[in-house]
Each structure stands twice: as structure tokens, then as C-alpha cells.
Ligand binder design. Structure first.
Ligand code: COA
Length: 323
């Protein structure tokens, strides 16, 4: 059977780094509070740079590490909950900028689960024989939808983009399980339809991101192990057969809780949120890229990718690494 595999990764984060100490100079918070509750030490914030511009830079990075030219791509999917505007979609902007003239393009919003959801769509296209290769990108400018006077949320997030090439192969992306619970929509929401924030005036009209942190924490600690177990069951695998668990980077304590529930060592759950904060749909592809670049992933190694976020949404995938 035709499988879909990830054959190249890439990422981009904006240059401006904002540390916990930087935040503590402008609001009532501390490095100790943020680090001990979340594991976050700093984040990158887009200054004068949009979601689409970061997506383009990530796409160019992915292409530079791939054997394909932009014109070879048949589709581009951009997972984002923070597009520059409503339309044209971000994927079309990426297509135009990189010259992927044969690709069809759309965005997908499943908040922090967006990359996982998009990967499953790419897998479906390829396994069904409809298409042979495309690009999936997660890109977010969360900094423009958080209220910078609300210390309980703004310290958690960062901006960035990451992506992968998904193409036809013999092995690669295995079982994917996704879910959603619309009843939980209220616990993490951003009802704003004005996301451009060009002026101070437009920022005043924004309904910023709201979150019930403890409820989101409980949801993630419960749902992520459950969805991973479902993937393992479908694959007939035990948890200890997984080399790395690449989880959405929201909070180190959530990741540790998942590791404990899975009875797996914390070392199998890599984290980079100390440097980037929660970059929503970009967090998994950025981490995957960093691990790949560091040579941390072995050929044939089985990985679990798992995301969760607003919606509520969640998803997990088995990936046999053969990049
Ligand atoms: N700096 C200092 N103090 C802060 C603070 C900050 N940045 N943010 C909140 N506080 C204060 C609160 O005002 C509160 O003070 P009080 O006790 O005097 O009222 C106290 O810290 C505890 O706040 P609380 O919200 O109960 O903290 P918490 O232990 O639940 O931690 C989160 C808050 C957000 C770190 C935690 O709930 C969490 O990580 N949840 C998951 C969020 C997440 O991952 N979301 C994304 C999912 S995709």
C-alpha cells in the first residue's frame, strides 16, 4: 500500500527574543513564576512580520533541505489560527512567494492541533493516490491576539513557523487519531475577527485570547495520553517501542504528566518550549526540525506526534522516521 512519509523539515522563528526577565521589567511577573509553572524561559516575537511572512521563510527552509523544487509541490496546507487576514489564505501567499505554481492551497484552523490535523489531510491525499507530494506548514503570530496586560496568558506564547514535505513512500505516517469537543470551546478562545492590528485603534477593538488555564491543563493531561494509547492500540505497539514522543509544546508540566501516565521516561519527551514558548500549530514542526537537525532521530525509529488545543481539539500520529 502507498504510504505518506515526511522527507524534509524546516523552521523559522522571528529574530526578536523576549526573555522572562524582559517581561518582568514591564509587568508583575518573574522568571521564577513562569519557569516553575510552565518551563518557558523566553519566546520569539514577530516585530513587523506577519504569519504569512514567517510561513514563507519556513517553506523556503523546508524546500532548501528537500530534493524538490517549489514547482514540484502539488499542495500547500498552512495550519494557522492567526492568519494575516481572512482571505486570500496564507497558503496562497506562500505559493506565490516561493513559486509553487502547481500547488493548490488552503489553510486549516484547528488551533494548536492544526499541524496534526493538516498532516492527516496530507496523508489522506497521498494514500488515496490523489496526489504524491505537498507541504504542510504550521505558522502563528499569537503575540497579536494575546492581551499584553494579562500576565496569566501573555507569558505563555511565542511566534514562529515550521513545516514539512509529505510525499509518497513505502512507510512513514501510520495511524492518526483525532478528536474534538466543541462543548469545551469556551475554555480557550479568541473571538476576535479583527486580527490585523494595524493601529492602536484596531487593537482596542480586539477580543483577545482568553483561557481557563487549569481547565486546559486538566484536559490536556487527560486527553493526550488517551489519544496516544489509541494510536498505539491501532498499531499493536507498546509505549516502550516508541523512540520519541513529540508533543505540542504548551507546558513542561503537561508534558511531564503525559510521560508519567504513559510510564515512559521523561528523556523520550523532548522539549524546546523553554526557548520558544507555546507557538501553537508551529510547535510540533519546529521541534521535529530541531531534532532532525541535531541527528536525534534514528532511521526506522517510531515517533508519536501529538497535539492539543482550542476547540477543544486533539490528535496523535505514529510516524516511522525515514527522512
Ligand atoms: N506571573 C506571576 N503571577 C501570575 C502570573 C504571572 N505571569 N499569572 C498568574 N499569576 C498569579 C495569579 O494571579 C494567581 O494569583 P493569586 O493566587 O494571588 O490569585 C496565581 O498566580 C495562580 O494563578 P493560577 O492561574 O491559578 O496559576 P496556575 O498554577 O493554574 O498556572 C498556568 C497557570 C496558565 C501556567 C497553568 O494553568 C497552565 O499552564 N495551564 C495550561 C495552559 C496551556 O497550556 N494552554 C495552552 C494549551 S494549547
Amino acid at each position: 500500500m502507498t504510504a505518506a512519509k515526511i522527507t524534509a523539515t524546516g523552521a523559522y522563528v522571528p529574530e526578536r527574543e523576549v526573555t522572562n526577565e524582559d517581561l518582568a521589567r514591564v509587568m508583575d511577573t518573574s522568571d521564577e513564576w513562569i519557569r516553575s509553572r510552565t518551563g518557558i524561559g523566553s519566546r520569539h516575537i514577530a516585530v513587523g512580520e506577519s504569519t504569512s511572512q514567517m510561513a514563507v521563510k519556513a517553506a523556503m527552509d523546508v524546500l532548501s533541505r528537500s530534493r524538490w523544487e517549489a514547482e514540484d509541490l502539488q499542495f500547500i496546507i498552512v495550519a494557522t489560527g492567526t492568519p494575516d487576514h481572512l482571505f486570500p489564505n496564507m497558503a496562497c501567499l506562500v505559493q506565490e512567494a516561493v513559486g509553487a505554481s502547481h500547488a493548490f492551497c488552503f489553510d486549516l484552523n484547528a488551533a494548536c492541533s492544526g499541524f496534526l490535523y493538516s498532516l492527516s489531510v496530507a496523508k489522506g491525499y497521498i494514500e488515496s493516490g490523489m496526489y504524491e507530494r505537498g507541504m504542510v506548514i504550521g505558522a502563528e503570530t499569537i503575540s497579536k491576539v494575546v492581551d499584553w496586560t494579562e500576565r496569566s496568558t501573555c507569558v505563555l506564547f511565542g511566534d514562529g513557523a515550521g513545516g514539512v514535505i509529505v510525499e509518497k513512500g513505502e512507510r512513514g505516517i501510520g495511524s492518526v487519531v483525532m478528536g474534538a469537543d466543541g462543548k469545551g470551546g469556551d475554555v480557550l478562545r479568541c473571538y476576535s475577527s479583527n486580527i490585523l492590528c494595524h493601529s492602536e485603534e484596531s487593537r482596542k477593538r480586539i477580543d483577545y485570547l482568553h483561557m481557563d488555564g487549569q481547565e486546559v491543563f486538566r484536559f490536556a493531561a487527560r486527553q493526550v495520553p488517551a489519544v496516544i494509547e489509541e494510536v498505539l492500540d491501532r498499531e499493536g505497539l507498546q509505549a516502550d517501542q516508541i523512540g520519541h514522543y513529540i508533543l505540542h509544546q504548551a507546558n513542561e508540566r503537561i508534558i511531564a504528566a503525559v510521560a508519567r501516565k504513559m510510564k515512559e521516561p521523561a528523556e523520550k519527551f523532548p522539549v524546546n518550549l523553554s526557548r520558544y514558548g507555546n507557538t501553537s500549530s508551529a510547535s510540533i514542526p519546529i521541534l521535529l526540525h530541531e531534532l532532525d537537525q541535531a541527528g536525534a532521530l534514528q532511521p526506522g525509529e517510531k515517533l508519536i506526534l501529538a497535539g492539543f488545543g482550542a476547540g477543544l481539539t486533539w490528535g496523535a500520529a505514529l510516524v516511522e522516521w525515514n527522512n
